[in-house]
Design a protein around this ligand. Structure first.
Ligand SMILES: [Zn+2]
Length: 278
């Protein structure tokens, strides 16, 4: 009996250490890889793979090793926030390679199909505020407002550029199997309905643009995080890729400190992969 008790105590201690070390890599956690700009791959706790805004092969910040799209592996769902080239990026190629579903705003979906970029059978056309479960009942994706624009520039067979409707720009809230909730802002300015996003979805992790010029800069992002979104964790994105995108993670941290925010800022480098979880 004594021996059994000792074993039990040691077992409990080991379990305690495992808990203290953070979420186990193989369960109850999301693995998030950043390719630079707004491009991410999320491996969910249940083993699904979601790619957001795959601007990879022409992304000046994506490490050479990661530019080979085949290295992304199996993909279940590609989400595109809006039609600009640094977000739509390699969507057409990646969709062809992987057969993944492609979630976009309903109008952009028509454009992608008519231009022959994405097979209609792979498209998941939806719109803001209607939660969907495109890759199984345990993962919920909700499209949110974003303060931006969304035209698509594409070349025809003769190489002549044309401008096509990209629908409304958007962000995405993704609730994973274990309830962990990630909000990708898309390209956006700060807007007061981010309060609504906090109230309805309570994101644990916010992937937030900070570069400025086309989107929030660090001050606006810090305002959004401290006043409206209040997540435990934020990861800055959409900075440093091109010269106008001057915002830096250090400036975001300084602005958050000045505003008295409690959000932890996790800074990743393009090519990095990190584990997040409750
Ligand atoms: Zn944009």
């Amino acid at each position: 009996m004594k021996r059994l008790l000792t074993t039990t105590v040691i077992g409990a201690l080991i379990a305690g250490f495992a808990w203290a070390a953070g979420p186990a890599k193989d369960a109850q956690a999301a693995e998030v890889k950043w390719y630079g700009q707004a491009a991410f791959r999320i491996k969910t706790p249940g083993g699904k793979v979601i790619v957001i805004d795959p601007f990879i092969t022409k992304n000046p910040k994506t490490p050479a090793d990661d530019k080979d799209l085949s290295k992304i592996g199996n993909v279940d769902l590609i989400l595109v926030t809006h039609g600009h080239g640094d977000h739509l990026g390699d969507t057409a190629e990646l969709a062809k390679m992987t057969g993944a579903k492609v979630g976009v705003n309903a109008d952009m979906g028509h454009t992608l199909r008519i231009l022959g970029m994405v097979d209609g059978k792979q498209l998941v056309r939806f719109n803001k505020s209607g939660p969907i479960n495109p890759i199984g009942p345990d993962i919920t994706v909700t499209m949110t407002h974003a303060e931006h624009s969304s035209e698509i520039v594409s070349k025809d067979a003769a190489g002549k550029e044309g401008i096509y409707p990209g629908g409304e720009p958007a962000g995405y809230v993704i609730k994973l199997e274990d309830g962990y909730t990630i909000y990708h802002t898309g390209d956006s300015g700060v807007f007061k309905d981010m309060e609504l996003i906090q109230d309805l979805y309570k994101p644990d992790l916010v992937l937030i643009c900070i570069g400025g010029w086309f989107t929030m800069d660090p001050r606006h992002a810090a305002y959004a995080l401290s006043k409206f979104l209040k997540p435990a964790t934020a990861m800055p994105m959409h900075y440093g890729t091109f010269p106008p995108l001057k915002g830096t993670p250090d400036e975001l941290k300084k602005q958050l400190a000045d505003m008295g925010a409690k959000t932890e800022v996790v800074v990743m480098q393009p090519g990095d992969e990190k584990t997040f979880g409750k």
